[in-house]
Design a protein around this ligand. Structure first.
Ligand code: THU
Length: 135
């Protein structure tokens, strides 16, 4: 079974999460779901506020749920936006996902039926900002 088939549960979790978005301004639902090293799935949707820059992305909500559940390592992640052929995480979310991922963490870009394209984290964010000087 290929990764795309194995990731169908993540696709479903991302799709279901997108239905819970709060996106009254863009009317652009997005859902994200990530699987951690223990196999648990954490999902989230985008949340917008009337002061537009204060909203945040589905990936960020999913990361919040993962952290609050006590996990810090992402094994794979799916992103779904019903209005797009496939949804690729924005630049800010790439950095946030990279914080908790490995270079070979798989990112599934989904369309309405399932996983359309699979990329590695280090393909999505090459030359990621990282340094041992901080922390
Ligand atoms: N959005 C996400 O949730 N994830 C992305 O990776 C791209 C954009 C959301 C933010 C905003 O609520 C809406 O999509 C339109 O930009």
């Amino acid at each position: 079974m290929g990764n795309d088939k194995l990731a169908h549960d993540l696709f479903e979790a991302a799709r279901d999460a997108s239905a819970k978005c709060h996106a009254p301004y863009s009317k652009f639902p997005v859902g994200a779901a990530l699987r951690t090293e223990d196999g648990s799935i954490h999902a989230g949707a985008n949340i917008e506020v009337i002061s537009f820059p204060e909203g945040w992305c589905a990936e960020t909500t999913a990361i919040s749920h993962m952290i609050m559940a006590g996990h810090t390592r992402i094994r794979e992640v799916a992103v779904f936006a019903p209005k797009l052929d496939f949804c690729s995480p924005c630049g800010g979310c790439r950095q946030r996902l990279a914080e908790f991922s490995a270079p070979d963490t798989l990112v599934y870009l989904c369309d309405a039926e399932g996983v359309k394209k699979t990329v590695r984290m280090d393909e999505l964010l090459p030359y990621a900002f990282e340094t041992e000087v901080i922390g």
